[in-house]
Write a protein that binds this ligand. Structure first.
Ligand code: TXA
Ligand code: MG
Length: 330
């Protein structure tokens, strides 16, 4: 199958499912961000995901299924701890990395023995997964390294002509990607903080580890794949501050500010985006990527972003901010 020159807006889940069965790429909504979907058992369709996103093949894809039975069927072993997490958090923003069965193409997992699996909590995604009858590999539906899409318009902005269809389900409620936890080793390890806070996971299974990524190391040598030091990046330079007095950080000719809460002094900024007046982290997360996009489009010299408290969803938001702010490592 070659690329279709145009991207069609799918009218419903059955139409999108039919396209996916033919090996085409269809972007679909989830509660976290839009995914760029393909039949996970069709290596050619999966290869087209990497091509469309211009994504390096060392960065593995998450496989989406509609229920826990389908998840078990993709793994060699589904331990008790996975059962507990699935029962507590699926459908939801949690990806479990478990030993994969050989039917899953190596390209999906970048040759790793583990496969990332999740059941998304979005009615259209679930309907699509039930209709299509195969697991769907789906990374976030944006060009590699760019800002993740939380609306169908964002998907078109980055991938028009590179994705065959889009199923529009409106804006994503959670707004940051799933938390990825590996159950491959002796201790459960969070590979990527995300839409399910660590505290909620620990309330169910006890203490978990957090994989550390060292930004001074080469990307391909990071402890977990996909933990790239630069990611989610706007094209405007981004600087982080921790103060509630952002005005002290003004240093470009025109400055944009990404902040939250009602208490900050915003003098000196040409464009201000306040994610949540009440500093509610859920609201901050659901508005986060759209806010980065609008600041990127505002034509300012520099975007100043205020860090979040390092707890709950704030951990995932700070992770995205740090990666968005990093310069490419030479
Ligand atoms: O919320 C989400 O997770 C969204 C929606 C579409 O489900 N998907 C998403 O996919 O964010 P993506 O490809 O942008 O990020 C997936 C990340 C990879 O970069 C990698 O860090 C981790 O998940 N991952 C996936 N499969 C893995 C595996 N087999 N082993 C280790 N890490 C894996
Ligand atoms: Mg992504």
């Amino acid at each position: 199958m070659t690329h279709q020159a145009t991207t069609i807006l799918c009218e419903n889940a059955p139409q999108a499912a039919e396209m996916l069965r033919q090996g085409l790429l269809v972007a679909f909504p989830t509660e976290t961000v839009y995914g760029l979907g393909a039949d996970a058992k069709n290596p050619i369709a999966v290869a087209r995901i990497f091509e469309a996103k211009q994504r390096p093949t060392f960065d593995p894809l998450i496989v989406h299924v509609s229920n826990v039975a389908e998840a078990r069927a993709l793994t060699l072993h589904f331990p008790e701890i996975a059962e507990k997490l699935a029962a507590a958090f699926w459908p939801g923003p949690l990806t479990l990395v478990l030993p994969k069965r050989p039917e899953i193409p190596d390209l999906v997992t970048s040759g790793l023995p583990g496969v990332g699996i999740r059941v998304p909590n979005h009615p259209l995604a679930l309907q699509l997964l039930m209709e299509v009858g195969c697991p769907l590999a789906a990374p976030s539906a944006n060009p590699f390294g760019g800002i993740s899409p939380t609306t169908a318009e964002h998907v078109l902005y980055g991938l028009a002509g590179r994705v065959d269809g889009i199923l529009d389900g409106g804006p994503c409620a959670v707004g940051v990607e799933s938390t990825v936890i590996s159950l491959m080793g002796q201790h459960p390890t969070i590979l990527r903080p995300g839409g399910l806070p660590r505290e909620e996971i620990e309330a169910v299974i006890g203490a978990v580890q957090l994989a550390s990524s060292d930004p001074t190391r080469d990307d391909a040598a990071q402890p977990a794949p996909g933990m790239l030091s630069r990611h989610y990046a706007p094209s405007t330079p981004l600087r982080l501050i921790s103060t509630v007095e952002p005005a002290v950080a003004v240093f470009g000719k025109s400055n944009g500010l990404l902040t939250y809460g009602a208490d900050n002094d915003v003098d000196g900024f040409t464009t201000v985006v306040r994610l949540s007046e009440s500093a509610d982290l859920r609201t901050c997360a659901s508005n986060f990527f759209a806010a980065l996009r609008s600041l990127d489009a505002a034509g300012v010299d520099v975007i100043i972003a205020r860090c979040f408290p390092d707890e709950g969803l704030g951990v995932a938001l700070n992770d995205r901010l740090r990666r968005a702010a990093n310069e490419w490592l030479e």
